[in-house]
Design a protein around this ligand. Structure first.
Ligand SMILES: NC(=O)c1ccc[n+]([C@@H]2O[C@H](COP(=O)([O-])OP(=O)(O)OC[C@H]3O[C@@H](n4cnc5c(N)ncnc54)[C@H](O)[C@@H]3O)[C@@H](O)[C@H]2O)c1
Ligand SMILES: Nc1nc(=O)c(N)c(NC[C@H](O)[C@H](O)[C@H](O)COP(=O)(O)O)[nH]1
Length: 211
C-alpha cells in the first residue's frame, strides 16, 4: 500500500493552535492541491483527534476530478468517533481502525452508523496489521491528513512513502500546540527524507519528500 501524508503547517511547524481548533493555514490553491491527492487516493485517513477537533468530511468536492470518491479511514483505538460525525455521512465506506480496548457497545454503535470496524492491537491500533486489512479491502493508495499523533506513529512504524507539507507564512506558536509529528518523538535515530520538489503556492511553499 502506498501511504502519502499531506498536511499544512505554520512556519514554526504547528498544525493548529493550543486550542486545537482548525486554522486556515492553506489558501484556495493548497486546498485544490489537497483535493487532487484525495481524488487520486482509494481512501483518506485521519486520527480520531482530528475527527473530534475538526469533524472533517474528507469529501472530494470537485466532481471533475474523476474516479470513485475515496473511502474514509479513522485511527480510533477506543472507538470514540461520534455516530453523527461527518466522516460517517453518505454512502462511501468508512473504516474505523480500533483496538481490543474499544468498548464492544461503541464498536457496535459505529457499525450501526455504517462503519466497518477493523480491530488490530491491544491498546493502540497496530497500524501495520490494520493497513494489511485495509489492503485486503482493495485500498492500495492511502492519503493521510493528520493529525500529529497519527503522523508520528506512521513514521515510527516506517509506513510512510511520501510526504507533502504546505508551509503557510504564519506563526502559530504554543508549547502544547499540535505539530506535524508529536507522539513520544524520536531521540536517537531520525527518519530522513529525500526532498523531491519545492513549489510556491498561495503565500506559502509546498515541500514534497520521498521517505
Ligand atoms: N493543518 C493540518 O493539516 C491538520 C491536519 C489534521 C489535523 N490537524 C489538527 O491536528 C489536531 C489533532 O491532532 P492530534 O494529534 O490531536 O490527533 P490525531 O488526529 O493524530 O489523532 C490521534 C488519536 O488517534 C488514535 N490512534 C489510534 N491508533 C493510533 C496510533 N497507533 N498512533 C497514534 N494515534 C492513534 C488515538 O486515539 C489518538 O488519540 C487538531 O487540532 C487538528 O485541527 C491539522
Ligand atoms: N490542507 C490543510 N490546510 C489547512 O489549513 C488545514 N487546517 C487543514 N486541516 C486538515 C483538516 O483537519 C481536515 O483533514 C480537512 O482539511 C477537512 O476538510 P473537509 O472538511 O474534509 O473538507 N488541512
Amino acid at each position: 500500500m502506498h501511504v502519502h501524508v499531506n498536511a499544512a503547517v505554520s512556519v514554526d511547524g504547528k498544525l493548529s493552535s493550543t486550542r486545537r481548533e482548525q486554522i486556515s493555514i492553506s489558501g484556495d490553491e493548497d486546498f485544490a492541491r489537497m483535493e487532487t491527492i484525495r481524488a487520486e487516493s482509494d481512501a483518506v485517513m485521519v486520527g480520531v483527534g482530528t475527527v473530534l477537533a475538526d469533524d472533517p468530511s474528507l469529501e472530494r468536492h470537485d466532481e471533475s476530478l474523476g474516479r470513485e470518491p475515496p473511502a474514509r479511514v479513522v485511527a480510533d483505538s477506543r472507538a470514540r468517533t461520534p455516530t453523527d460525525a461527518d466522516i460517517l455521512a453518505g454512502d462511501r465506506p468508512t473504516y474505523v481502525l480500533a483496538s481490543a480496548a474499544a468498548p464492544e457497545d461503541r464498536r457496535r454503535a459505529l457499525e450501526r452508523a455504517g462503519a466497518t470496524v477493523i480491530v488490530a492491537g491491544d491498546e493502540r491500533v497496530a497500524l501495520p496489521e490494520a493497513f494489511d486489512e485495509l489492503a485486503s479491502h482493495g485500498i492500495s493508495r492511502l492519503m493521510v491528513e493528520g493529525g500529529g499523533e497519527l503522523i508520528f506513529s506512521l513514521f515510527a512504524a516506517e509506513l510512510v512513502d511520501e510526504l507533502t507539507v504546505y508551509v503557510g507564512s504564519m506563526i502559530i506558536g504554543g508549547r502544547g500546540a499540535p505539530t506535524l509529528a508529536d507522539g513520544d518523538g524520536f531521540v536517537d535515530e531520525f527518519p530522513t527524507l529525500e526532498l523531491r520538489d519545492v513549489a510556491r503556492l498561495d503565500d506559502g511553499v509546498v515541500l514534497t519528500y520521498d521517505v
